[in-house]
Design a protein around this ligand. Structure first.
Ligand code: PMT
Length: 229
């Protein structure tokens, strides 16, 4: 067992976001994505196993709450933003949710109807708040802020860009759009990037990866090099 598994996280408050957000267009339609919540729920479960006080802010997913985890269900990016900020202060924030980057400017009060002779429909979308960047810049910044990056290509390039732009401590990057990793699958492969290093984890089941990710987090918290030990 590593140091992290024998108690670095015990008693710490860990906030995890997981799952997709659904951005309503009208009462029957929404914009969403393919996140199942499995990765974030696995991280929350692994943190609770290590004795952390875990709050899990969950988008709309069909998963049971891991034992010992306090769950807050939300639907939209705006609700996730509010719930995560309300959960501060905390020691560690891990943003595994696939938050919509854009949401419709207005939610139509009634079901949008097809118009005769109209072959296209244009929706006006506006940016959602960047929850991860806000947590990292918050006056009550957690000791460690961990983001995820879901990329189809140039994984390291985009992941390192997010590490710097969002000013987080670690970014766990995964490839999406290929079978056996990323969205929906039970397995995944992560590369953790930090300023000056990286560590590849997996491919492995998401539960195993979550525990390995927390080992890296634990080493970082105790001042060790995240890639060793
Ligand atoms: O849920 P699963 O089916 O198990 O799939 C797991 C996963 C692929 C969803 C997960 O491993 C993952 O990669 N989560 C992050 C997905 C994502 O939205 O990545 P991004 O590269 O678009 O966002 C980068 C980071 O910013 C993420 O930590 C995200 O939570 C955060 N973000 C993004 C937009 C926004 N408005 N607010 C945010 O906090």
């Amino acid at each position: 067992m590593t140091d992290a598994r024998t108690g670095v996280l015990a008693g710490l408050k860990v906030v995890v976001s997981a799952g997709p957000t659904f951005e309503d267009i009208d009462p029957v339609r929404f914009i969403g994505n393919r996140s199942s919540g499995k990765m974030g729920f696995a991280v929350a479960a692994a943190a609770a196993e290590r004795g952390a006080d875990v709050q899990l802010v969950a988008g709309p997913v069909a998963l049971p709450t891991p034992p010992g985890v306090q769950r807050i269900d939300v639907r939209s990016a705006a609700q996730m933003h509010e719930a995560v900020l309300a959960a501060l202060p905390c020691d560690i924030y891990i943003g595994a949710a696939a938050v919509a980057d854009y949401t419709p400017r207005e939610v139509a009060p009634g079901k949008l109807k097809k118009q005769v002779g109209q072959d296209t429909l244009t929706l006006e979308l506006v940016r959602t708040p960047d929850i991860l960047a806000e947590v990292a810049a918050h006056a009550a910044r957690p000791r460690l802020v961990v983001g995820f990056a879901a990329e189809t290509d140039r994984v390291e390039h985009y992941a390192r860009g997010k590490l710097a732009a969002k000013r987080v401590d670690l970014i766990a990057a995964n490839r999406v759009g290929v079978p056996g990793s990323g969205f929906e699958s039970d397995d995944n492969a992560l590369t953790i990037y930090w300023d000056g290093g990286e560590r590849a984890l997996g491919p492995a089941p998401k539960g195993e990866l979550a525990r390995d990710l927390l080992d890296v987090v634990g080493r970082r918290l105790t001042g060790g090099a995240p890639g060793h030990g």
